[in-house]
Design a protein around this ligand. Sequence first.
Ligand SMILES: [Zn+2]
Length: 527
Amino acid sequence: MKRFSLLAAAVLFCIVAQPCQASSSTKREKDEAARKRSENHERKFKRVLDKQNAAFAVQLKGLAQWCAQKGFGAEALDLWNQAKELDPDLAGRCPAASEAIPTDADKAAFKAKKKAVFDAQAVELFKLGGTCFKAGLIGRAYDMVWEAVIRNPEHISARKLLGQAKYNGEWMDVWDIGQLKRGKVFKDEYGWVTKPDLDRYEKGLMPLRDNWLPAEQVQEVRSKWDSAWEFDTEHYHVQSNVSLTDAVAFGKICEDNYKLFFRIFIGYFSSRNQGEMLFGGKQEKKLMKVNYFATKEQFKSILGDIVPDIAAGIYISGRPQGTANFFKIDWATNTKILKHEATHQLFSESRRLAGGSKCGAWVVEAAATYMETCGRVEGRIVTEGRKAPWVQAFKQVLQNGQSKPLRDFDQLTYPGFQSIGPGIAYPQAAALACFLIEADDGNYRERFVDYVEAYYLGKLNTGGKLEEFTGTSYTELEYQFRTFIMEDDTAPVGKPEEKPKSEEKPKTEEKPKTEEKPKTEEKGQQK
Ligand SMILES: [Zn+2]
């Protein structure tokens, strides 16, 4: 199999792009040309993927028919259903299984045939991923690498790009392998521990400074914030005064969310970082800080006046580094809040930012509210889509005639966005993210990520940007947006959320206009 290198592809892409930079066309014309190229690449990608899927569906159908003849009833149905999912127009119904009893030779033949069909599809998907990367469709490229692994879990090149390697016969993240090689094991109760330390834990001891003392005694001391647990995961430094087991679980959620974020917003990272991060094993220069308090009272008393009364989580930007702060509620709620605030943290800290965009501020909350709805199942991203509570709330906002015209909404600064009120601003931002990422099979997804990047890099200094980035007028976008949101009639209209559960520090210097906003920049340095 011919392998490709995404890093090499990135370099190639930069070289190819040079002549464009040398042209005498204005920046606006160049941006427009780049957008059109991206649209063309997107169309080509969809055509190729549809063709690949249709061919794969035919292969699956043929294999299903063979299975039915040999008496593999369940396998035939499973393959047929997979084929129908890929190509809903596939004619006919799954053939009934014969009365034959499959022999050992039949079983071996089935295994070999299935592997050949799925492996060949993985090769095609991986190749398509390489083409996407060269064309600048970073999100699509990453999706294809994941799809290749789903079709063939032993696809070595794809695993490598996902930062995974084989250790003791199992595919694992390179960072985890590093821990194992250092003689550590992961335990849900204690996190990564050496074997001698594990023995001590299992004897009912826990570490405190340089001593191992009875667990109850240590937990009592650790319940005070000044002597809370502190440990590192791959991308985070966690401080927490909950039980060690809960702190470890919280760290795992942080890491899961990081992977989810990277999957959806990979286009936000610089080309160089994409190359480095895709290959895995690169330790982040700086771990992001998260604080997980045992109680709301501690959360508020330690962080001080910066925390609004309604906040159940807050990201506080700061120099040289911010912190994302939470307190223990329940796992479902904590997970959602963490996804929201950690998204603010990731956008703020994963790149060197210029700041200062004067419009398009809705993207800050759009990305965070969208991430609340995302999860992963067997390597694939699953979202609540238009069923998400925020989007359902926006349907109600629309029906009440309270939504803001897209043109006006897009011109707002962050304080302007907040001044609309959370009952309108957040649902509209969330619904817009859902539309731009999911409508028409992700047609605007890459350009939405470009738009988010431009906002955080401080490049949005005049109004009218979303229509430039999407190449679609506000009038047409508004129509597509409303149609997309309202056409989903199967979902009940949910109750609008009264207030957002979490807030983050604004990044602008303007004074907040609403009571919900944090008040100062500096207090976030408190611990
Ligand atoms: Zn937020």
